[in-house]
Design a binder for this molecule. Sequence first.
Ligand code: HPA
Length: 275
Amino acid sequence: MEYQRKIQHSAAYIQEKLGKIQDGCVGLVTGTGLGGLTDSIENPVSIPFGDIDRFPVSTVKSHTGRLVSGSIDGVPVLALEGRFHLYEGFTPLEATHNIRVLGELGVGTLILTNAAGALNPSFETGSPMLIEDHINLTGQTPLRGENVDEWGDRFPDMCAVYDPALRQLAVDKALALGIRLERGVYMQITGPNMETPAETRMYRMMGADAIGMSTCMEAIAAHHMGIRLLAISCLTNKNLPDCMQEASLDDVIRQAGKSSAAMTKLIRAVLKEIP
Ligand code: HPA
């Protein structure tokens, strides 16, 4: 299958540059304004996305677009700074190329971060939110089309996309560090337009606590491959339908930057104890 071959080309390129990926290597995808997490990588080796054979290249100004390999507190990591969004014109298969490559390289655990708007009125801007479940409202899925049986089932179960043990670990670590960690349901829309007040009201009624433009595609692809998943949103703005406030990309980046230290602290604490 053509798509699988593309993934294998990208994986082979990375393996040629970095050598065999270490056992226990954890994948990281950093969202808008959260690239700072990769600053804590020791002995970093970085590869621009543009150099990786058949890898898509992100067009978003807030995303650097590079892979950084190294370790954080002794844990081997492969971090992808930047991702691929449906709103950029990428298909669901292209938008999950990054995840498929990590899976192909043997990454068994993945931490996704993103910037999201809070819909739950009790959530504070700036807090991290542990994603407990999601609503994929894009009408699209990276599993459409021929199934790659080596990767996963044709009809994968979606009971627990976000690994319960990793979620508990994140809750425990946040408590120990004194970080306020919200928990909730993430909804993905395609974007790039933000939501109207009427849509915001509807999304909240549908059961979403936060909304963004990235993570469901990646989570579905990762779960399909049997990758253990932890996902944390940085709540960069709050959308209340009766008093909507404008949220520009600059606001989102600024807020994510402010929250990045707490997010990094939490993720480092989790990384150290990943079973
Ligand atoms: N809506 C959609 N995506 C987002 C938002 C939002 O309010 N904030 C950050 N990403």
